[in-house]
Design a binder for this molecule. Structure first.
Ligand SMILES: Cc1ncccc1N[C@@H](C)c1ccc2c(c1)OCCCO2
Length: 115
C-alpha cells in the first residue's frame, strides 16, 4: 500500500535518489572530464561560450549544503553539465563522446528511480 506522500516525504525520497544518482555519475568511467570545474584559464574560449558552468563536484557541494529543493532542480544541474559539454565539444571528440555516454546513462538511471 502506497504511503500518503507528504511534501517532506517527497523531498526526503527525492534527495535520497539524488545521492544515489550522483554517486553513480561520479563513479562512471566516462565522468573524468566532468568531475571538477573546467579551469577557464586552461581552456581558451570556455568563459565566453559557457554562461553557466557546472560540474559534479559543484553538484556534490550543493547537495551537501542542502541547496536542492527536489529531484527536478538536481536533474536540471546535471543536464547543464551535458548541455555545456555539447555546446563546447565536437560530438566526435573524446570529451564530446563522454558527455553523450554520461547523458544516456543518467537518463536511463533517473527514469528507473522514479516512483
Ligand atoms: C567538460 C569539459 N568541456 C570542455 C573542456 C574541458 C572540459 N573538462 C576539463 C576538466 C578538461 C578536460 C580535458 C582536458 C582539460 C580540461 O585540460 C586542457 C587540456 C586537455 O585536457
Amino acid at each position: 500500500v502506497k504511503k500518503a506522500k507528504t511534501a517532506k516525504d517527497s523531498n526526503t525520497h527525492g534527495l535520497t535518489k539524488c545521492r544515489v544518482l550522483l554517486a553513480e555519475l561520479e563513479a562512471h568511467p566516462d565522468a573524468w572530464p566532468f568531475l571538477t570545474p573546467v579551469n577557464q584559464k586552461a581552456v581558451p574560449g570556455y568563459r565566453k561560450v559557457i554562461k553557466k558552468p557546472m560540474d559534479l563536484s559543484t553538484i556534490r557541494e550543493k547537495l551537501t549544503n542542502n541547496q536542492y529543493l527536489n529531484l527536478e532542480t538536481f536533474i536540471a544541474d546535471v543536464n547543464l553539465i551535458f548541455d555545456n559539454c555539447e555546446k563546447f565539444n565536437e560530438d566526435d571528440s573524446e570529451i564530446g563522446r563522454g558527455g553523450h555516454s554520461m547523458r544516456r546513462f543518467f537518463d536511463k538511471r533517473w527514469t528507473e528511480l522514479l516512483d
